[in-house]
Design a protein around this ligand. Sequence first.
Ligand SMILES: [Ca+2]
Length: 86
Amino acid sequence: MPSEHMTNKENVMKKYIIAIAAIGFAGTAIAQELTDTDGSGAFSMEELMTAYPNITEDVFVLIDANGDGAVDADELTAAQDAGTLQ
Ligand SMILES: [Ca+2]
């Protein structure tokens, strides 16, 4: 697994965490329908945040069972069944 890629991903994740904090200050987050915006066949953290605005990096890592940086339909279903996502 290329460390350079992971480092970049971590930087992106930190930006998301900042965005989550901003959403928190904005007040109530309203869940929206989950959409595979870029048509990749799996959900990125950004796409998950559309439906789950309060998602954190820790939660995303938990959901991304195979660690490929995206949540596919099976991983999403498993997370919903486990109560990780509600
Ligand atoms: Ca995955």
